[in-house]
Unconditional design. Structure first.
Length: 256
C-alpha cells in the first residue's frame, strides 16, 4: 500500500512539474500559439491576422512616448502579442487575471475585450481607455522589470501601487489636457467630490480610474515639483498620504 502511494505521489509530482514547465514555456514563447511573427525595430509582433497600419503607427508613437522615461533602454526587445484569434491572450488572462493590456518580463499582451485602432481605444467591461497611452503604459512596466529584475519588480517586490502604476501613467499620459499639474489636481478633486463610481474622463472621452489618476499626479508632483528622479522616489519612504497632503498644500499655494 505504501509503495503504491509513493508511486502515485511521484507520478503526480512529475505530472505537476511537467504541466508547470509547459505553462512557463508557453508563457515565455508566444510564437508557439501564433501563426505569425513580424519584427519592427525592437518589437516582435505576434499575430494571426494581417497587421493593421493604424496599430503600427500607434506602436511607433508609443515608442516615442516612452523615450521620455529615465528607465528607457533603446536595446530592450519587446514582444507585443495581439488578440486576433490566438489562444495566448486567454492563457495570459487565466494566469494573470483580467486586464486591458497585460505585461510581464519583456512582453505586452492585448487582453481587453475589444481594440479599435482607428478610433484609438481599448475597451474592457464597458469602459474605454486611450489605446496609445495604455500601450505606452504597458511598455513602461517592461522598462521597470528591465531595470529592477524579477525579484525587485511587482508583484513579488510589493512596491506601493501609487509608485509602480503611477510612473507608467505619468509617462504615458501626455495629451494637452494632462500636462498642467495644477489644472489636473483641480479636475481630480472635482471628480472625487462628485458621484463617479471610481471613474473619470479626459478631454478625448477616454476613461481612467480615479485612483490611477491620483497615482499619476503624485508621481508628477514628485518629479516635476520636488525634482525627484524615479530611482530616488523608489527608495524614498514617504507614504502616499503624506505625499498627497504635500501636493494639495502646493496646489492651494498656487491658487492664492
Amino acid at each position: 500500500m505504501k509503495k503504491r502511494l509513493k508511486k502515485f505521489m511521484f507520478r503526480l509530482m512529475v505530472t505537476v512539474l511537467f504541466l508547470f514547465g509547459l505553462l512557463v514555456t508557453s508563457m515565455l514563447s508566444p510564437i508557439l500559439l501564433y501563426a505569425n511573427k513580424t519584427t519592427v525595430g525592437n518589437y516582435s509582433i505576434y499575430h494571426n491576422k494581417q497587421l493593421n497600419n493604424n496599430f503600427l503607427q500607434q506602436l511607433n508613437q508609443s515608442n516615442n512616448i516612452i523615450k521620455s522615461s529615465e528607465l528607457y533602454d533603446p536595446k530592450l526587445k519587446i514582444d507585443v502579442c495581439l488578440k486576433d484569434g490566438s489562444s495566448y491572450p486567454g492563457l495570459v488572462t487565466f494566469v494573470m487575471g483580467k486586464d486591458l493590456i497585460s505585461s510581464f518580463y519583456n512582453k505586452i499582451i492585448l487582453t481587453g475585450d475589444t481594440v479599435n485602432y482607428s478610433d484609438n481605444y481599448i475597451q474592457l467591461d464597458g469602459h474605454k481607455w486611450n489605446f496609445l497611452q495604455m500601450l505606452a503604459h504597458a511598455q513602461v512596466h517592461c522598462l521597470e522589470f528591465n531595470k529592477y529584475g524579477l525579484w525587485h519588480s511587482n508583484p513579488i517586490a510589493k512596491h506601493p501601487a501609487w509608485k509602480w502604476e503611477g510612473y507608467p501613467e505619468y509617462i504615458a499620459k501626455q495629451n494637452p489636457d494632462q500636462v498642467n499639474l495644477q489644472d489636473n489636481i483641480e479636475k481630480l478633486l472635482q471628480a472625487e467630490s462628485t458621484p463617479n463610481n471610481g471613474w473619470m474622463k479626459f478631454a478625448d472621452s477616454a476613461e481612467t480610474l480615479i485612483s490611477f489618476d491620483e497615482y499619476r499626479l503624485l508621481i508628477k508632483y514628485c518629479i516635476e515639483i520636488k525634482k525627484m528622479t524615479f530611482g530616488a522616489l523608489m527608495k524614498d519612504t514617504t507614504g502616499e498620504n503624506t505625499v498627497r497632503q504635500q501636493m494639495i498644500e502646493w496646489y492651494n499655494r498656487q491658487r492664492n
